[in-house]
Design a protein around this ligand. Structure first.
Ligand SMILES: [Zn+2]
Length: 210
């Protein structure tokens, strides 16, 4: 698995192109903005796009979804618990913060622990509410890779002051679903640089009590 990183949109969101190097298939994680840039990157890497994975429904992670879904003809995956937020421009902040009201319907709504086999790559959806009611992470065990969205950052965690957010719920998600992963797992968050589970377990100030 090879991961190409793009920083897109008004608040510098990480969008990842996750490539199966054997089959030249790829998944886009959080198409934040600029479908043209994402499509150009896919063409440059000579890969066929198979799916869009959303870690959550906030506007800064989804603005390129409609155009990318249509042009590439690929399905959108999200956590079932995020369905309402995706459809509501108020809750997903697209009307308030981004001035582009967007109501999205995912093609595939997955549940906690569900295995997703896409483009010859296997991911487990980890339901990690707290930043949003239906936020999730995508975990690939073979390569030890986690896409953590705005649940976990290098040295921090997601904010919980948006509609449906809860710090208590977020900390429970992190304790039960994320901190139990192996130290070596590389974490690719929704903003800023990547990290590892081990590094965060040791250094992240939010995990002192764990
Ligand atoms: Zn967010």
């Amino acid at each position: 698995m090879k991961i190409e990183h793009m920083v897109l949109g008004a608040v510098a969101t990480n969008c990842y192109l996750v490539i199966n190097e054997k089959t030249k298939e790829a998944i886009v994680v959080d198409p934040a903005d600029r479908a043209d840039v994402i499509l150009r990157k896919a063409a440059e890497k000579d890969v066929t796009l198979r799916a869009i994975f959303l870690t959550h429904g906030h506007g800064d992670h989804i603005l390129a979804v409609p155009e990318l879904r249509e042009k590439a003809g690929i399905p959108v995956y999200a956590c079932r618990a995020e369905e309402a937020l995706l459809q509501d421009p108020k809750q997903n902040l697209t009307s308030m913060l981004f001035g582009k009201p967007l109501s999205l319907k995912a093609d595939i709504l997955a549940d906690d622990g569900e295995e997703l086999n896409v483009g010859g790559m296997r991911f487990r959806l980890l339901f990690t509410p707290g930043h949003t009611p239906g936020g999730c992470c995508y975990y690939n065990e073979e390569d030890g890779v986690l896409f953590s969205g705005d649940t976990l950052f290098a040295g921090s965690v997601g904010r919980t002051d948006f509609p449906g957010g809860s710090m208590k719920t977020l900390m429970r998600s992190l304790a039960e679903k994320i901190l139990c992963l192996p130290d070596s797992v590389r974490v690719y968050p929704g903003h800023q640089e990547d990290t590892t589970i081990g590094e965060e377990r040791l250094c992240n100030p939010y995990f002192r009590e764990y």
